[in-house]
Design a protein around this ligand. Structure first.
Ligand SMILES: [Zn+2]
Length: 321
């Protein structure tokens, strides 16, 4: 009896495929050209949370992507995770919290402005059966475009017209400061201009909060500086359950949770970002807390465990409510 090996499996499959190639297609439905909807609901205490997928940017990277690791090491981390080398699949997942009294959205997606494979948030809202007009509060973690661009549509109109917008005070102080814009490296200027495009004409509707304080019922902001000057994480508590919303404390977990010391090009104060990453991931490990990560693979939540000198994400399993 022949042994089952990968090689003879492929050989047999190839022969079968060749035999079938001459026959007309028999499937009664065509193959699909689109993935299913990106909506995933879960509970923390009495709060219902909904992860709303906005898409994935297949980011081509070069040897500058991680400042303190060679591209060979980064490619190894990618291929060890069964991902192709040279491309970081960066997904975007805003999180909606229904407290029973209020609808609160943390971060707003890309508005499709990062890649053609992004900008699905409106579809995800429709699938979830939630009208963006019904959102009461927008909580912004930081001012990078993939977190704030969804505040406005492509015509500059507010997507969540009835929501109050809460932003971290130190983030506002940095990005809205013209002298900071003048002295920042030239490649950062578009980001400063983007912040003005989003906020300048709606400044009166924007409320600033000091990270560390409660920002909504059951939601406490956590200073998580480093990725940006005012980057903020959140703790959500309802009843005796709580979870940690990491925002961009770690970007793709197979890279930056497994290698927490890696300094991604997007971390503005890279040393502080590494310290913050370890502090919050250690807390997630110690408290066995569910975490959400804005750039984690959809549905962008799971638990963090220690792994070697770094950490690993154990993603949640799809389950009914
Ligand atoms: Zn981000």
């Amino acid at each position: 009896m022949s042994e089952f090996t990968r090689r003879n499996f492929i050989a047999t499959s190839t022969l079968m495929a060749a035999a079938l190639a001459n026959r007309p297609a028999e499937a009664s439905a065509p193959t699909a050209s689109k993935q299913g909807p990106g909506v995933y609901r879960y509970k923390i205490g009495s709060y219902q949370l909904t992860a709303l997928y906005d898409g994935t940017w297949f980011r081509k990277i070069d040897d500058k992507f991680v400042r303190n690791a060679t591209s060979a090491l980064v490619d190894k981390a990618l291929t060890d995770s069964f991902l192709p080398p040279g491309i970081v699949p960066t997904s975007f997942t805003p999180l909606l919290i229904n407290t029973g009294a209020k609808l609160i959205l943390i971060d707003t997606g890309t508005a499709g402005q990062l890649a053609p494979t992004t900008g699905l948030l409106a579809d995800s809202f429709a699938t979830a059966g939630i009208d963006p007009k019904s959102i009461d509060t927008i909580l912004i973690s930081h001012f990078h475009p993939d977190h704030i661009n969804g505040i406005k549509d492509k015509d500059g109109k507010k997507v969540f017209p009835n929501a109050e917008i809460l932003v971290p005070e130190p983030e506002w102080a940095y990005w809205m400061d013209d002298s900071k814009m003048r002295t920042a490296p030239a490649e950062m200027r578009p980001m400063f201009l983007n912040v003005r495009r989003i906020f300048a004409d709606i400044a009166k509707d924007v409320k600033r909060y000091a990270p560390g304080n409660m920002v909504a019922s059951g939601i406490t902001s956590i200073a998580a500086y480093g990725h940006t000057p005012g980057h903020t994480a959140f703790a959500i508590t309802s009843g005796n359950e709580s979870m940690l919303v990491l925002s961009d404390v770690t970007n793709h977990p197979w890279l930056f949770a497994r290698h927490p010391e890696w300094q991604g090009i997007f971390d503005m104060d890279a040393n502080l970002a590494v310290t913050t990453r370890r502090r919050l991931l250690d807390r997630a490990v110690a408290d066995k807390m569910l975490v959400a990560g804005y750039h984690f693979p959809f549905p962008a939540s799971g638990h963090i465990v220690k792994a070697g000198s770094g950490y690993d994400l154990v993603p949640v399993m799809w389950q009914p409510l």
